[in-house]
Write a protein that binds this ligand. Sequence first.
Ligand code: NAD
Length: 317
Amino acid sequence: HIVAYITGGANGIGKAIAQKMHCQGAKVVLADISCKGAKVAEGLGEKALFTCTDVRLEKDVLESMKCVKEKFGGVNVLINSAGVVGYEPIYDFKNKKPHSVDLYRCLYDTNVWGLFNVTRLMVGLMAENKPDANKQRGVVINLSSMMACEPPPGLVAYGSTKSAVSGMTMPMARGLASKGIRVIGICPGYIDSPMTAPQKPDERKKWIGMKLTPKRYGTCEEVAHLVQACIENPLINGENIRIDMGFRYNQERDAVQRISRCYLAECAQNLGKYVDQVSKRLSTFQRCGYYILDGISKISCGAQISLKQFFGCFNAR
Ligand SMILES: NC(=O)c1ccc[n+]([C@@H]2O[C@H](COP(=O)([O-])OP(=O)(O)OC[C@H]3O[C@@H](n4cnc5c(N)ncnc54)[C@H](O)[C@@H]3O)[C@@H](O)[C@H]2O)c1
């Protein structure tokens, strides 16, 4: 019987994993900082539990673990999906601005420390499980990212947090093997989720262009499918698995788009100025036109009157 503890289970990939596992008969715990998780757990019913947990806080995780032990007796699957993203280059040369310290710390706090914090506490509970036929007691699955291997310049901080996550896979697997606990890293490419929702269409198009096939964003359900396979297969251990549609970062393509975006913005600005000038000239021209037309109509009107008078005189004769 599977009891899965899923951090970040309120949204995106974590939520899809919770739904899939619950559907297959597992008990699931959604540990998330967002109270949206309560609704998700409520929707799943009896065998689901939500605990409002900040993965960065030892106190939160310990309290959450206590609830889980009381309700489900223990945990044999840990999915570390809680994560945050932020984009900034190491130095913004145009505005002379170095990378924000707060963003860097925020990403490391959640993605690296938070994941490590939950794992270090949870594996103690896992080690209490009775071993199965393969002498295994549980599995830890960490959501790393393809950005651990292919980070663009704007993801220097995020990408390196994910390298740290991937870097934990093997030493954790080695350290926990004697207790029959496996550790696997999953490295998804761009996936449709609340995390990627703010990306603009031209940015999505650029990333899709760097994928081999399929040429689209992945779905959270497709990642959940791989997670399920990793849980079920006792042979998978100590490995970081990419699920990224063959994505390879392309520096030239990225640069061309960034340059063309700047160039287009400059063109649009210049075009705006030009349109402004033209419309000013047009309105002057229009005003002149009105005067000319007015003059013509007055002249022609005057001419008609005199013709009428002329013919009137002629008729009178
Ligand atoms: N979406 C992608 O394209 C993609 C690609 C590669 C890797 N990933 C990784 O997969 C994981 C899930 O991503 P997602 O797309 O589902 O993101 P998401 O933003 O949809 O969900 C992340 C969840 O983590 C929770 N969370 C954030 N900080 C937390 C904290 N301190 N404590 C507890 N919960 C916290 C959020 O409330 C949210 O529910 C992340 O680790 C992400 O870095 C995502």
